[in-house]
Every structure is written in C-alpha cells, then in structure tokens.
Design a protein around this ligand. Structure first.
Ligand SMILES: Cc1ncc(COP(=O)(O)O)c(C=O)c1O
Length: 400
C-alpha cells in the first residue's frame, strides 16, 4: 500500500485548484456552472508574444538552457526591474523558474532549516504555508482585518517576529483580498524589518500591473533600500501578460540566494521551457500598451462585482485596490439556514451550498486562512459576472 511521506502529509491540496476542478466536473455533467474560482486572466496571450514563441521553435531554440534562465531573459528582467521599479539588479541576481509558484518554492527549499519561521499575513495565497511546510519550515500567521483593508499592521508584524523568523512573505496586490499596500504602508512595515536583520522579505508582486484608480504600485526594496540585501523581489508573466500556461516566473535578489535557488533547480526541474523563456523576452521587451486598458477593464468589473455583492442580503464586500479578486464577508449569514434546509455554520458551508443551489463556484475563506469570507475571481466576462452575482443575490435572499 502506498503511504505518503510525513512531509507531504503536513500539506493540503490547493483549495483553489480543487474548487475549479469541481466546477469543471459539474460543467462536464451538463450543469450550467459559473466558476469564479480560478485565478487567471480570461484574455488570450498577445500575438507578438505567441509569434516570438513560434519563432523560437522554428529557430531551433528547443534545447536545454541555463538552469535558471537564458541571458536574454535575465537582461530583459533586469530592464523591467529598472524601468518599472527603480531597482538595479545584475543578471547574476536574477532567477527564472517554471512559474512564480516555483520561484517561491525554490527560495524556501534553498533557505529554510527545520523550525525556521515564515511570517505570512492572512488571508494568504493558498500555496505559501504549504510550500513553507514542504521545505521544512513553520508558517506563522498574522491575521488582518477587513476594517484595515486586509493589510498587516506594523505592530502585528513586530509581535510576530521571533529569533527563528527567516522570512516575511508579502503579497501586494493580494490574492485573495485584492489589498494593495501604499508606499506609506510599506514604509511602516520596513521600519519594523530594519530592526530585525535576520528577517528576509519575499515580496510577491505578481499583480503589480493590476492596480486601480490613482493607486501607485510600490515594492519594498524600492521603498527601503536598506532591505535590498535581504529581499527577493518576485514577479512573473502569468497575470500581466495572460501567460498562465507558459509557466515563467522570475525574481531578483542577493546573488548567494539566487545561486542556491539555481542549485535546487539543477537537481530538480532544470530550466523552464526554452520556448516560454523566449516568449517572455518578448513580453517584457515588447509593447506594453495593452496593460493599462486591461487594468481598466478589470477595474470596471471590480466595480460591478462590489456593487452587486453589497446588494446581496448578509454580504459585505470591501472595495480592493488591485488584482482581480474580491473577498466579501459572509458573517451576516453564519448560523442561518440555506435554501436547501442545511445550516450555514462556516464559510465552507456557504460555498458548498451556493454551488449546489445556484451552480456558482467560489472559494471559501478558510482556504486562505481567514474566515468567514469567500473569494471571487472576477477575471471573467461582464455577462458571466452579472449572472453569477445575480445568482448570489438570489441565494442570499433565500437564506433564513
Ligand atoms: C499571489 C500569487 N503568487 C504567485 C502565483 C503563481 O503564479 P504562476 O502561475 O506564475 O506560478 C499566483 C497564481 O495564482 C498568485 O496568485
């Protein structure tokens, strides 16, 4: 009989992938399901990027590459960090991995010893705690509150740091809450971090380009240059360029960490796809003109979803500044009875009942470490969003 390792037994499967898989299964059975569970842009990879990949195939750029990225892509990433974030990295300070997820995992495996702690604000992106556990570390959670926009307060960070703290993982704009830290808010966190030189920062900037209104994105190594020597600035092409399937993520950081991450890759995945790397060179160096209109489109969808959810009985939906998620509270429905007659005892019950009654798939808040909430990904058409939010309103209206 197969028995999984003790290390893996500490880990849950990804709840977001599970929710989306369940929605796909119901769809395949012919049900009219709307999935708001998956976290990927609904538009296609731009043509210039596709063409660059086709060219790479035709030119025979189809062999193994440098383990942690081709020089051309590392140069393009250095250019991006300089141009968009005011951060100077040399190519030797750049890691390219098969997806942003792999960047984070490689960093954790490269640096954590048993018992090392990683501070993670909740609600968190589902994979952080389990990647930390897989790498032998211990997640230390810091709860945030809707009232403060789901942003970690400096005093709470201070209280969570111990002599065993190795990393803080910051994610702005956030998956799942959409919360985005202003420069002043990052300044407050940086002031704490400066006092604790053992703590490194992994900043997950995946949603950098999806910010709304007059919000200006900033990243922590830029806000506090003293942290540059212990910050891994992580990003990727998945969300900004609609390239989730291409599997390219990247990061800039201190050379010894980057070398250690390459060592992990050299004995595990080897290089990310050569073709995807060439496509990413084009993504970063080519025209960027579609990014802003795209963010505008997401902003309109955010406004639509926030407005419709706030009209649903028992829901409260804050207005986030970025990404393509909202994180409404279901507190007003806990302890009540769903249309099926079943009790709604927690946010997972809410999500299950909503799927059963109205065929709308969302992800419950406990999966992100903060209840009672749920996450909606609004990276889908306005028509689907209106339909889904209408169904949510109907469901909530029938809760007794
Ligand atoms: C916050 C955050 N970080 C990292 C990732 C991983 O991105 P990738 O698809 O490039 O692995 C995601 C994807 O959902 C994400 O939401």
């Amino acid at each position: 009989m197969f028995v999984q390792s003790a290390q893996l037994a500490r880990v849950k499967p990804s709840a977001t992938l599970a929710a989306d898989a369940k929605a796909r299964e119901l769809k395949a059975q012919g049900k009219d399901v709307i999935s708001l569970a998956a976290g990927e842009p609904d538009f296609d990879t731009p043509d210039n990027i596709k063409e660059a990949a086709i060219r790479a195939i035709r030119d025979g750029k189809t062999k193994y590459t440098n383990v942690d990225g081709i020089p051309e892509l590392k140069e393009a990433i250095c250019g991006k960090f300089k141009r968009e974030n005011g951060l100077s990295y040399a190519p030797a300070q750049i890691n390219v991995s098969p997806g942003g997820k792999a960047v984070i995992y490689n960093a954790m495996v490269a640096s954590l010893n048993p018992g090392d702690e990683v501070v993670i604000p909740t609600p968190y992106w589902v994979s952080y705690p389990d990647m930390v556990r897989l790498a032998g570390g211990e997640p230390r959670f810091v709860a945030t509150r809707a009232e403060t926009g789901f942003k970690m307060q400096a005093a709470d960070l201070e209280a969570a740091i111990t002599p065993r703290t190795k990393w803080l993982i910051l994610n702005s704009p956030s998956n799942p809450s959409g919360a985005a830290y202003s420069r002043a808010e990052l300044r407050g966190l940086a002031d704490v971090l400066v006092r604790h030189p053992q703590v490194w920062v992994l900043t997950d900037d995946m949603y950098e380009h999806l910010v709304f209104g007059d919000f200006e994105f900033a990243t922590i190594a830029q806000v506090e240059p003293a942290l540059y020597e212990r910050t891994l600035t992580m990003n990727g092409v998945s969300k900004a360029y609609a390239m989730t399937g291409w599997r390219i993520g990247y990061a800039g950081g201190p050379e010894p960490l980057i070398k250690a991450m390459a060592k992990v890759m050299s004995q595990t995945t080897s290089n990310p796809s050569s073709i995807s790397q060439w496509a990413s060179v084009e993504a970063l160096n080519g025209p960027q003109s579609f990014i802003k209109p795209n963010a505008k489109l997401f902003e309109e969808r955010r406004d639509l979803v926030v407005s419709m959810l706030n009209q649903a009985k028992g829901l409260h939906c804050p207005t986030p500044a970025g990404a393509f998620y909202v994180y409404p509270s279901v507190e007003g429905l806990i302890g009540k009875t769903a249309p099926s007659g079943k009790a709604i005892g927690c946010d997972e019950d809410f999500a299950n009942e909503l799927l059963d009654s109205e065929s709308v798939a969302v992800v419950f808040g406990a999966a992100f470490g903060l209840s009672p909430f749920f996450r909606i990904s609004y990276a889908t058409s306005n028509a689907s969003l209106e339909d889904a939010c209408g169904r949510i309103q109907r469901f909530c209206g029938q809760v007794r």
